[in-house]
Design a protein around this ligand. Structure first.
Ligand SMILES: Cc1cc2nc3c(=O)[nH]c(=O)nc-3n(C[C@H](O)[C@H](O)[C@H](O)COP(=O)(O)OP(=O)(O)OC[C@H]3O[C@@H](n4cnc5c(N)ncnc54)[C@H](O)[C@@H]3O)c2cc1C
Length: 444
C-alpha cells in the first residue's frame, strides 16, 4: 500500500509535497496538466485555469508567499500571474519536487477501500492507461476556481438573448470586447478587473450587482492594503476588526453605492472588500456605469431591476465557481450549495485518512494557509497529534457554519470563509493536541 496520494500540483498540492518530503512521508502526486501552478498557469493545458492575461494577484506577495520559501525581494508587491507561476516553478525545483510529481495524469476515482485507506484510479492523458493503487491517505488539492457557477435559475429570457453570454472563467483578453457594449455582472475581484479592462476599449461598460460594495485600493499610506486588513491591529475582537476596516474604507472612500442599489450590507464589510486600484477612478470618471441586478433579457436588451434597460452585445458573468470533486462519490463528500463539512476546513469526520487542502476563502492569501494545513496533516499522518471523536468534529463544523451565518450575508461565496490570522492560529492549536500516551499515575 502506498503511503499518501496528493491530487493536484497547484499551489496547495505543491505545498503538501514540500511538507511531506521534509517530514519523510512517502507520497505520489498526480497532476492532470503538464506543469505546476494550477490556476496561476495562464493557458494551462489542464483547461481549468481562470487566469486572464492581465491578471495580477490582489493579495500582496508578502502575504501570499510560503513560509518555507519567500518570494524574491525584487518582485513587485502585486506580481503578475507570469511571475507567480515562475515562483511556483522555482519552489518545486528548489526542493527537488518536480521529479516526484506525475504530470498529465488525472485522478478519476477515489474509493474508500474495505480494509481501510483508499483505492485511487488514475488515467494517463496521452495513452489512456488506467491504474489503481491503494493509499493509506489521500490529500485532495484539486482547486475550487475552475467550475463556473452560472445564475441558477437563469434570468428570464437568457435563453433567447441575442448577445453573447460568457463566464469570467473563459475571459482571457480584452480584444473580443473592442467597440462592444459590455455588461459585467458581479462585484468580486474578477468583475472589477474585467470591467476596468473592457472599459478602456469597449463602446460602453456597465457593471451590475445585487447590492453596493466596499472597494479598497491596493495601497494605503504606502503599505499594501491587505497588510492592514490582516495585521495584528485587525486581529482581536470582531468589533475591533470591523472598526479597522471601517476606518480604512473611510480613508479610502471606497464604496460603490447609490445607483438605486441597496446599501452594502454591513455583513459584507468583514468579508470581502474588493481590492482594486482603478475601479473607483474609472467609476468616478464615468468610464464604467453601475447598474443594479439584471431583471430579464429581451432580444438584444437587458432590463435591470430598477426598470432601466440597455442594449448589450456581451454579458460577462462573474458569478463565481462551484466546489466540485468529480472523482469522489457523493456518499463520501457532498458540496451542494458550495458547503463541504470539514473539521477545521480539512478533515471529513467520517472518512479517516481523507484530507482537503486549500478549500478556504481567506481575506488574505491561500498559499501559506495550505502550507500550514499540510503541516497539521503531516502531524496527523505521523500520529504526532490526534483528532477528537467524530461527534466533536461534527459539532465544530456546526459551530463554524453558525458563525458564518451570523457574520456574512447568505451567499455561495461565504461558505468556506476564514480569517487569515485566526485560521493560522486555529491550525497551530490543532497541532498542539498531544497524542502521546499519557504516563499512568498510580495513587498509593
Ligand atoms: C481570477 C482569480 C484571481 C485570484 N487571485 C488570488 C489572489 O490574488 N490571491 C490568492 O491567494 N488567491 C487568489 N485566487 C484563488 C486561487 O484559486 C488560489 O490562489 C490558488 O490557485 C489555489 O490553489 P490550489 O492549488 O488550491 O488550486 P488550483 O490552482 O486550482 O490547482 C489545482 C490543481 O489540481 C489539478 N487537478 C484538478 N483535478 C485533478 C485531477 N482529477 N487529477 C489530477 N490533477 C487535478 C489541476 O490541474 C491544478 O493544477 C484567485 C482565483 C481566481 C480565479
Amino acid at each position: 500500500m502506498g503511503e499518501v496520494c496528493i491530487i493536484g500540483a497547484g499551489s496547495s498540492g505543491i505545498a503538501a509535497c514540500q511538507v511531506l518530503a521534509e517530514r519523510g512521508i512517502g507520497f505520489d502526486c498526480f497532476e492532470v496538466g503538464s506543469e505546476v501552478g494550477g490556476n496561476w498557469r495562464y493557458g494551462n493545458d489542464n483547461n481549468m485555469s481562470s487566469a486572464y492575461r492581465s491578471l495580477h494577484i490582489n493579495t500582496s506577495r508578502q502575504l501570499m508567499q510560503y513560509a518555507s520559501y519567500p518570494m524574491p525581494e525584487d518582485l513587485p508587491a502585486y506580481p503578475s500571474h507570469f511571475q507567480i507561476a515562475r515562483y511556483f516553478d522555482d519552489f518545486v525545483d528548489h526542493f527537488g519536487l518536480r521529479e516526484r510529481i506525475t504530470f498529465r495524469t488525472e485522478v478519476t476515482a477515489v474509493r474508500p477501500a474495505p480494509g481501510g485507506g483508499y483505492e485511487v484510479t488514475t488515467r494517463q492523458r496521452d495513452c489512456g492507461t488506467e491504474h489503481t493503487e491503494h493509499y493509506h491517505s489521500v490529500l485532495v488539492a484539486n482547486g475550487h476556481h475552475w467550475n463556473p457557477r452560472w445564475p441558477d435559475p437563469a434570468f428570464p429570457g437568457a435563453d433567447t438573448f441575442t448577445g453573447e453570454q460568457v463566464h469570467s472563467h473563459h475571459y482571457r483578453e480584452f480584444q473580443p470586447y473592442v467597440g462592444k457594449r459590455v455588461l459585467v455582472l458581479g462585484i468580486g475581484n474578477s468583475a472589477c478587473d474585467i470591467a476596468v479592462e473592457t472599459s478602456r476599449v469597449a463602446e460602453r461598460t456597465f457593471l451590475a450587482m445585487r447590492r453596493g460594495a466596499h472597494i479598497l485600493p491596493k495601497y494605503l499610506f504606502g503599505v499594501p492594503t491587505d497588510h492592514l486588513t490582516t495585521s495584528p491591529v485587525a486581529k482581536g475582537p470582531f468589533w475591533l476588526r470591523r472598526l479597522t476596516l471601517r476606518l480604512l474604507l473611510a480613508v479610502a472612500r471606497g464604496r460603490v453605492t447609490g445607483f438605486g442599489l441597496p446599501e452594502p450590507d454591513h455583513k459584507v464589510l468583514s468579508a470581502h472588500p474588493t481590492i482594486s486600484d482603478d475601479l473607483l477612478t474609472r467609476l468616478g470618471h464615468g468610464d464604467i456605469a453601475v447598474r443594479p441586478n439584471i431583471a430579464r433579457f429581451e432580444g438584444d436588451t437587458v432590463h435591470f431591476v430598477d426598470g432601466s434597460s440597455e442594449r448589450i452585445d456581451v454579458v460577462v458573468y462573474c458569478t463565481g465557481y462551484r466546489i466540485t470533486f468529480p472523482f469522489l462519490d457523493e456518499s463520501v463528500i457532498t458540496s451542494a450549495d458550495n458547503e463541504v463539512a470539514l473539521f477545521h476546513r480539512v478533515v471529513p469526520p467520517d472518512h479517516p485518512g481523507l484530507y482537503f487542502l486549500g478549500l478556504i476563502q481567506p481575506l488574505g492569501a491561500i498559499m501559506p494557509l495550505a502550507e500550514a494545513q499540510s503541516h497539521w496533516i503531516a502531524d496527523l499522518i505521523q500520529g504526532r497529534v490526534r483528532l477528537p471523536g467524530t461527534a466533536a468534529m461534527h459539532r465544530e463544523i456546526r459551530e463554524y457554519r453558525a458563525a458564518l451565518r451570523r457574520r456574512y450575508v447568505s451567499s455561495k461565496r461565504h461558505t468556506i470563509q476564514v480569517d487569515f490570522l485566526d485560521y493560522l492560529a486555529e491550525l497551530r492549536r490543532a497541532r498542539a493536541v498531544d497524542s502521546r500516551p499519557k504516563p499512568s499515575v498510580t495513587v498509593q
